[in-house]
Write a protein that binds this ligand. Structure first.
Ligand SMILES: NC(=O)C1=CN([C@@H]2O[C@H](COP(=O)(O)OP(=O)(O)OC[C@H]3O[C@@H](n4cnc5c(N)ncnc54)[C@H](OP(=O)(O)O)[C@@H]3O)[C@@H](O)[C@H]2O)C=CC1
Ligand SMILES: [Mg+2]
Length: 365
């Protein structure tokens, strides 16, 4: 076995075997990463690239500078929002008819996912459709200095798929050397007072540099057309929970999610007009700062081509500024067979933003 390969198995192989996933209780804050030997991100990136040596080169995406005039005395906070496509759904249920089966092989697709994370080095990761938390992302990201939290769907569609790796759910990771966890809440979303199959995680973090606190939340709302009212009710429930957690918007807030809703839907309008004073960060990439990108997910299923804007990063527009945002892949980069592909591991694009606190939040948050 070549040196690279053996190193690969030294870093990537120190992950729990997949059977461990089903032995874990529903919700578990990961063990203290101090007790896991750290990995050098450059080494892990090299090892991932060794696995991906037969794949086409990574697409280049650039950060768009959105700096406003308010300078910040502290380093920005980089947040990544990403529905990484559950392996069981990608292989067993999602029917991406133009995606070759071998492009979804987990041993390579996981390295594409890790490569994207290592390329942009977010301080905070908000993920949906995580069905390899315990055997892959938690052990590896812990060794990169992240503390992780996982909250699976009560009844994940992954469990219907033969040879699944356990339920999918939302995961939230933050760098331990930058933030201290003040509070963590797992939220099973309701709709019209009924418990639903969708969840969220909301955590209050304190910046070690500035002692400023903020709330970061991740969610994944009910998919499919015909469920618009259901998503709207889930969104209202999440907003109510966040009102309480931020003590009525006293704490700045960032909410990441696959909302499974176009900007025309009611749930989007609830977030855009909430008393939490939120703005959608990716609107700032548009010329007038008022329009969402044309797509955040683009796939071809048996039902046809689906190009939608469903993923968002909402933030407290008075207390926080967006300093930059990662541009999306172009249609040419995505290619005619759309996503996922040999080039990109998910049907959803990652969204990445750099935030800073406004020194003195003007007025209410
Ligand atoms: N809800 C419950 O209480 C119960 C649920 N179940 C099981 O759970 C499943 C529903 O899970 P739930 O998560 O609530 O469902 P969702 O409708 O939210 O979708 C589940 C997953 O399917 C993907 N998806 C969306 N559209 C399609 C499509 N057209 N074809 C294939 N996949 C698609 C979504 O991906 P994306 O978000 O990226 O679009 C999402 O990850 C049922 O199929 C059943 O297996 C069974 C009994 C009870
Ligand atoms: Mg999906």
């Amino acid at each position: 076995m070549g040196n690279g390969t053996s190193r690969l198995y030294s870093a990537l192989a120190k992950t729990l075997n997949s059977s461990a996933a089903s032995q874990h209780p529903e919700y578990l804050v990961s063990p203290d990463p101090e007790h896991l030997e750290p990995i050098d991100p450059k080494e892990l990136l090299e090892e991932c690239r060794a696995v991906l040596h037969t794949r086409p080169p990574r697409f280049q995406r650039d950060f768009v500078d959105l700096r406003t005039d308010c300078p910040s005395s502290h380093p920005p906070i980089r947040v990544m929002q990403w529905n990484i496509l559950a392996q069981a759904l990608g292989e067993g249920k999602d029917n991406f008819v133009q995606c070759p089966v071998e492009a979804l092989k987990w041993e390579e697709r996981k390295c594409l996912i890790l490569e994207e994370i290592l390329a942009y080095q977010p301080d905070i990761l908000c993920l949906q459709e995580v069905d390899h938390y315990f055997d892959t992302f938690q052990p590896l990201l812990s060794r990169l200095g992240y503390q992780g939290t996982f909250f699976p769907k009560p009844w994940s569609p992954c469990l219907d798929v033969e040879h699944n790796n356990g339920p999918d759910g939302c995961a939230l990771f933050f760098l331990q050397n930058r933030f201290k966890l003040v509070n963590s809440a797992n939220i099973r979303l309701t709709a019209m007072t009924l418990k639903t199959n969708q969840v969220a995680i909301a955590q209050t973090l304190e910046c070690k540099e500035s002692s400023r606190q903020f709330c970061i939340a991740v969610t994944h709302l009910k998919a499919r057309t015909g469920w618009e009212r259901f998503r709207s009710a889930q969104g209202c429930d999440l907003l109510q929970n966040l009102q309480n957690i931020t003590q009525g918007a006293k704490i700045p807030l960032i909410v990441c999610g696959d909302f499974n809703a176009e900007p025309t839907e009611e749930v989007y309008k609830h977030f855009a007009s909430s008393s939490l004073n939120l703005n959608s960060a990716y609107k700032l990439l548009s010329a007038d700062g008022q329009s969402e990108p044309p797509y955040t997910t683009w796939k071809i299923r048996t039902s046809g081509e689906c190009r939608h804007t469903l993923d968002y990063i909402w933030y407290s527009k008075h207390a926080l500024s967006v300093r930059s945002a990662l541009d999306l892949l172009t249609e040419e980069q995505i290619g005619p067979n759309r996503l996922p592909s040999f080039n990109y591991p998910s049907d959803h694009l990652s969204l990445v933003c750099d935030f800073s606190f406004n020194e003195e939040p003007d007025g209410l948050l």
